[in-house]
Design a protein around this ligand. Structure first.
Ligand code: ZN
Length: 351
């Protein structure tokens, strides 16, 4: 097994851990954690033929499952990092002067950080097939921007197509082993996860990270999501994985501790849904800062005003009583306090 760490994830590690770390982590501590994370990932017993490209937070991790003939990539990162995704795949599939092609792309779910490299990979490897979860497939077929939701969250995506569905309940042969496809609603109602029972390896997407799980997007629209997150955590526990490759962060082996942390976080959100809404708003701002790197405060306000999901969160969170720009400034102040951004002379910088 190989783990390749790309970009820097350290600042967002500090931010995403805010609920469990009362003090923001110092950059030096984060560097050390990142180094330890890579070291620990290298020691984990993943099956032969599995390569993890551990990406920064704007892109999801990519997992290459390769039996020497068929090479399959699970999740493809964010569109602005597509060149790096192409380079990582090409490097992994190089055999001397020869380049083996990528044969398949699979997506655990259709958020922009997980399928943003699909179009570039389809262009580079025209014969590859792409499989996506059934739930979002009609929206992709029609390229229905409203249903896909990327505009609503102020994110970018490049149009791609698909060839078949990644059906829950089915088994996929990947890297010479059977991988079960399970429905994993919660973070996204249509998400799936992949489980290899012989080696007890789980590709969890954003259903379970080492420290938490992704924003529960259905709850932002007033739909049920927390119960589904809990049921998916129960499913993961019942599968008893030895190793989890999450959508973000390092692969990890102490799954019961991760489940405990996830359930604690879920319970805090269930008891105080407003806390989840504010967390979601900060994640959306931070995610855009990861893409923009540096911008002016007026530019950030303009982007926020043009992002419908933030308008909705502002209305739900404050009853539209607070001034919108002041509300965004307050979110930004939290990010600055967590060490996830800096604000100086009207310039906002990702950190
Ligand atoms: Zn993600």
């Amino acid at each position: 097994m190989v783990c390749i760490k790309s970009e820097t994830a350290v600042a967002f590690v500090a931010f995403m851990g805010e609920l469990s770390h009362p003090q923001p982590l110092q950059p030096a501590v984060c560097e050390t954690l990142a180094a330890m994370a890579t070291e620990a990932s290298l020691r984990l017993p993943l099956p032969a033929g599995v390569t993890v490209f551990e990406r920064g937070w704007l892109s999801s991790n990519n997992v290459l499952l390769d039996d020497g003939v068929n090479a399959v990539l699970v999740d493809t990162g964010y569109c602005t990092h597509a060149e790096q995704t192409l380079a990582l795949v090409a490097h992994a599939l190089a055999e001397g002067d020869r380049q083996r092609p990528l044969t398949q792309v699979l997506n655990t779910h259709l958020h922009s950080d997980h399928c943003g490299g699909n179009a570039a990979l389809q262009a580079r490897y025209p014969l590859l097939t792409t499989a996506i979860p059934p739930g979002g497939s009609q929206a992709v077929a029609d390229w229905d921007e409203d249903a896909l939701g990327h505009d609503r969250f102020g994110q970018s995506i490049v149009r791609f197509g698909f060839d078949r569905l990644l059906q829950p309940g089915r088994t996929e042969m990947l890297a010479g082993r059977p991988w079960q496809v399970h429905a994993a609603p919660g973070h996204d109602p249509h998400a799936v996860l992949l489980f290899q029972p012989d080696t007890r390896t789980l590709i969890s997407g954003d259903a379970l990270w080492e420290n938490g799980f992704g924003v529960v997007f259905p709850e932002l629209d007033g739909h049920s999501g927390f119960g589904e997150v809990g049921a998916t955590l129960d499913l993961i526990e019942s599968l008893a994985p030895a190793v989890v490759i999450p959508g973000h962060g390092r692969a990890f082996g102490d799954v019961s501790a991760a489940l405990d942390r996830a359930r604690t976080r879920l319970s805090s959100f269930e008891q105080a849904p407003q806390r989840h809404l504010r967390h979601a708003a900060k994640v959306l701002v931070k995610y855009k800062l990861l893409e923009m790197v540096t911008t002016t405060l007026p530019n950030l306000h303009a982007w926020a005003r043009a992002t419908p999901a933030l308008g909705d969160l502002h209305r739900i969170s404050t009853g539209a009583q607070a001034d919108f720009d002041a509300w965004v400034d307050d979110l930004l102040a939290d990010l600055v306090r967590a060490g996830a951004a800096t604000l100086s002379d009207g310039l906002v910088t990702n950190h």
